[in-house]
Design a protein around this ligand. Structure first.
Ligand code: ADP
Length: 259
């Protein structure tokens, strides 16, 4: 009888503490929700003034004589760069806030990944060329996937943009599309600065940058890979990195067979 009573007592105690901890979680959950809404609303509200600022900078640029007023022209160029940087940051924050609150509806279309990859390579070609980086695509097949074309294109863009940013002049960046059975793999390989093993997981966290001073110079703000991870996971895939410091990194995205 004592043993049975003991079990009943422990059971009741566990039940009560679970109920209490569940109740205690309610204000914490709603605080998180409010915080997410705040980030989302703030980012949304910042978009309009930033685009007004950008068009004002462009308008001012047209009114000054760049030959005569070199200083003003330089200041305007700086302003344009900073406004663009902030616009990208605000847009990334908005994407993450919406992903947290599950308010982004992803498309589910069947499409070929290769034209998207070709487009990303084409649009990043000028940046790569300015650093004499060889940028290439290896893909031999049709790579049919089911998902959101815009988001998968954003994923490829983020990985290629990083590969170019973190590769010194004269290096090489390759985008490979591969098929393993029915699984599609997106591989982005670079000959860049590399990533330490202990940072492999951290780089997918928000605002994490391995070398803050260098990253600031290069221009990132540490949100690209968090967005990449979110895109991959909403497509039920995985993303991994392998790297050798000073030699280069490879990011591998595996997208499953959806049949
Ligand atoms: P950022 O805007 O700083 O590039 P990301 O979230 O895209 O932000 O990347 C996070 C950090 O991971 C970067 O700051 C950089 O330290 C590291 N990283 C990302 N891609 C590479 C790469 N291809 N080679 C070396 N380091 C990288």
């Amino acid at each position: 009888i004592l043993i049975v009573l003991g079990f009943v007592f422990v059971g009741v105690a566990v039940f009560i503490s679970l109920r209490m901890s569940k109740r205690a979680m309610v204000p914490i959950k709603s605080a998180f929700k409010r915080q997410r809404e705040f980030v989302g609303d703030a980012s949304h509200e910042l978009r309009t003034p930033l685009s007004v600022l950008l068009s004002s900078v462009d308008a001012m640029d047209m009114t000054i004589d760049t030959q005569k007023d070199e200083m003003a022209s330089k200041l305007l160029a700086n302003m344009r760069e900073e406004v663009k940087r902030m616009t990208n940051l605000v847009s990334d924050l908005l994407t993450l806030a919406r992903s947290d609150s599950n308010t982004i509806e992803l498309k589910k279309e069947e499409f070929d990944l290769r034209p998207l990859a070709e487009k990303a390579i084409e649009s990043l070609h000028p940046i790569a060329a300015s650093k004499q980086i060889q940028l290439g695509l290896n893909s031999t097949d049709i790579f049919t996937v089911i998902g959101d074309p815009q988001r998968l294109s954003q994923l490829i863009y983020i990985l290629l943009d990083n590969a170019i940013k973190y590769t010194p002049d004269g290096g090489e960046v390759k985008l490979n599309l591969l098929k393993e059975g029915r699984e599609v793999r997106i591989m982005v390989q670079d000959t860049g600065i590399g990533i330490k093993k202990e940072d492999y997981h951290k780089i997918f966290e928000r605002f994490y940058r391995t070398d803050k001073s260098r990253s600031r110079q290069i221009g990132g703000h540490g949100l690209g890979l968090s967005i990449a991870k979110w895109i991959v996971e909403t497509h039920k895939g995985t993303i991994q990195v392998t790297s050798v410091l000073g030699k280069g990194s490879t990011f591998i995205v595996k997208l499953p067979d959806y049949d």
